[in-house]
Design a binder for this molecule. Structure first.
Ligand code: SAM
Length: 277
């Protein structure tokens, strides 16, 4: 036995399949199976869930998820070089791992999954943020997933969980916290990855709430928040000038002073404003 399963150590897997990390695909691999098992545990109870994993690479986190008892894992990986290593894992866990070779931004995974669904990923940061925003802004709520457990640059993780009054507070915090409970579950230094990235990372865990914390039309909320934070240092009466008729009256009706800046306005008052514009 090696680590959490009977498969070879990840360094051997990488050498055997020639998986030198490609910068263009944002490849920073996790090779410590104790660490990947710990990340998998942050995703919550997996035995009754299908897990959607994006960017499995050589499969360290995939192995963590399966060893934690995930009912099924659907893994979407862009780099075809990783497929033989992932096939080895699928063979060790018969019927529990399906791998799709493709771009997660292009593929609709729903046909391959049975609810409840949890999403877990250690992705390149740009792809991760784009997918996060998509997962947070579906037409209907609750979404198809119950939870998201995602690795981000520490600075992005802080923006997701930020509170009003902090520099990190902005559009991402509002999108994430309006309909989810979000917290930083783990921090990881650059040395946890091979090769090490320049900055620290963190795992964020988000759980979908059954309903939004405050009523608002999603598109209206997204638009007014984007505009308010577009010029975050300006007073809101200036940042939102011309956004809607009588905007200053609407700000006041939402409990916001026209001289306030976006970063001091909490979620409840942004939702009130979205209901008025
Ligand atoms: N999960 C592995 C781990 O933790 O060791 C690999 C993490 S590495 C940071 C990111 C992985 O995402 C790479 O395997 C890369 O090939 C893959 N990837 C990058 N862009 C992708 C995309 N658009 N769709 C699917 N996979 C992608």
């Amino acid at each position: 036995m090696s680590g959490i399963d009977a498969l070879p150590p990840l360094r051997e897997v990488i050498a055997q399949h020639g998986l030198s990390a490609k910068k263009s695909l944002g490849q920073n691999f996790l090779l410590d199976l104790n660490l990947t098992a710990k990340i998998a545990r942050q995703a919550g109870e997996l035995t009754q869930a299908d897990v959607l994993e994006i960017g499995p690479g050589p499969g360290g986190l995939t192995r963590g998820l399966l060893a934690q008892g995930a009912r099924r894992v659907l893994a979407i990986e862009k780099d075809a070089r990783c497929l033989p290593a992932l096939a080895q894992i699928a063979a060790a866990y018969p019927g529990r791992l399906e791998v799709i070779n493709g771009d997660a931004l292009e593929i609709d995974p729903l046909a391959h999954l049975t609810p409840p669904i949890r999403i877990v990923a250690n992705l390149p940061y740009n792809v991760g943020t784009e997918l996060l925003v998509r997962w947070l802004t579906p037409k209907d709520w609750p979404p198809f997933w119950e939870s998201l457990t995602l690795m981000f640059q520490r600075e992005v993780a802080e923006r997701i969980v930020a509170q009003p009054g902090s520099k990190a507070y902005g559009r991402l915090a509002i999108l994430a916290q309006w309909r989810c409970a979000a917290h930083i579950a783990m921090s990881l230094p650059p040395g946890a990855f091979t090769p090490p990235p320049k900055v620290s990372s963190a795992v964020v865990h988000l759980t979908a709430l059954p309903a939004p914390r405050y009523p608002a039309d999603p598109q209206k909320l997204e638009r007014v928040v984007a505009r308010a934070f577009n010029q975050r240092r300006k007073m809101l009466r200036a940042a939102l000038k011309g956004y809607a008729p009588d905007i200053e009256d609407k700000l006041i009706a939402a409990g916001i002073q026209p001289t306030d800046r976006a970063e001091t306005v909490d979620l409840e008052r942004f939702c009130a404003l979205a209901r008025l514009v």
